[in-house]
Design a protein around this ligand. Structure first.
Ligand code: TXA
Ligand code: MG
Length: 317
């Protein structure tokens, strides 16, 4: 299959919507990372997502709504979920809620819950509105690899496996949405993201992840991983530098001897760090080095979400 990258004009949006209606998966930009979208109500179309990504069927998909009024057709949100949707949608918050029967088992991996969000990206929204159906969309990378934040990353991951990539430029946030299980009047954060624990805590108690022993399939330890072994370090004294790439979230002075350096933000601004994280990791990975060292980030606010990705990238199993 030939894979085309389309500029995001009206004809691309029309082509993407027609491909979706024909049951084909299409890669689309969102404000977090690029997604590989298919009609969420069509199990055959969703099966092609799993096939293109080599994704295990046990890993459920996020359903992206064309508009808020779809929420109650897909899930049964409680009062808290409705308030969170009102505050954070469209935007980078995914809520895990009790599902309705219309959602195929393939999308939920047979669970009683469905993950839902509404993307704020204008291109994603235009395609979802034109397709007039919820879109199941995981990140547009092969399973376990680094999420794409640019159209050319999607091409590197899925060339020949999908027909269309709509190019929406670099993703604004650069890391995946926060995932919150909303139940019993409380919130459990299943994945940290651009909407932080602090922002969510204004709405309800944040419970610890152990609260109810639910399946959180996304919580595989190794994920978002470069092929090059990555280690997280607190500082650089004594570090091996030969044939080593350095992933630094702010400028550091003591860098002599490293084979390659990626500084993610000159000002050490965590928003910028998140936005550049995967592109920087990917560039270092492409150098074919012996190892990558990543500098740890204080785990507060957005730092918690970034560190969650770095820890998973550093896990080799
Ligand atoms: O920012 C994002 O969320 C991006 C863009 C494309 O929207 N999507 C994304 O999807 O990151 P994905 O599939 O790469 O990660 C979604 C995670 C998976 O780890 C999956 O296991 C988890 O969400 N998930 C999906 N449905 C779930 C459910 N019902 N309960 C618990 N976890 C769920
Ligand atoms: Mg993913």
């Amino acid at each position: 299959m030939k894979t085309e990258i389309l500029s995001p004009d009206a004809s691309a949006i029309d082509r993407a919507a027609r491909a979706l209606a024909a049951g084909e998966p299409v890669a689309l930009p969102t404000e977090t990372v690029y997604g590989l979208a298919a009609n969420a109500l069509d199990p055959l179309a969703c099966a092609r997502i799993f096939e293109a990504k080599d994704r295990p069927l046990s890993d459920p998909l996020i359903v992206h709504l064309p508009s808020v009024d779809w929420l109650e057709r897909i899930a049964t949100p409680d009062d808290l979920a409705l308030r969170l949707a009102e505050k954070f949608w469209p935007g980078p918050l995914t809520m895990v809620l009790p599902r309705r029967a219309v959602v195929p088992d393939l999308v939920t991996a047979g669970q009683g819950t469905v993950a839902v969000r509404m993307s704020a990206h204008p291109v994603f929204r235009a395609v979802a509105e034109a397709a007039a159906t919820p879109l199941a969309a995981p990140s547009a990378n092969r399973f376990g690899r680094i999420s794409p934040t640019r159209a050319e990353h999607v091409l590197a991951e899925l060339d020949g496996r999908i027909g269309i990539i709509v190019d929406g430029g670099p993703c604004a946030h650069g890391i995946e949405s926060a995932i919150a299980l909303v139940a019993d009047g409380g919130i459990e954060i299943l994945r940290h993201g651009p909407i932080t624990a602090g922002e969510l805590a204004e709405f309800a108690t944040i419970r610890s992840a152990a609260h109810r022993g639910i399946a959180t399939p996304g919580s595989l330890k190794s994920h978002y991983a470069p092929l090059t072994p990555l280690d997280l370090v607190g500082g650089l004294s004594g570090a091996i530098r030969e044939n080593t790439g350095l992933l630094a979230w702010h400028p550091v002075s003591d860098v002599a001897g490293f084979a390659a350096i990626e500084v993610l933000s000159l000002a050490g601004d965590l928003r910028e760090v998140a936005a550049n994280l995967y592109a920087g990791m990917r560039r270092l990975d492409e150098r074919g080095l012996a190892r990558i060292l990543a500098l740890s980030i204080p785990e507060e606010g957005l730092g918690a979400a970034i560190m969650e990705r770095l820890k998973k990238a550093a896990t080799r199993e």
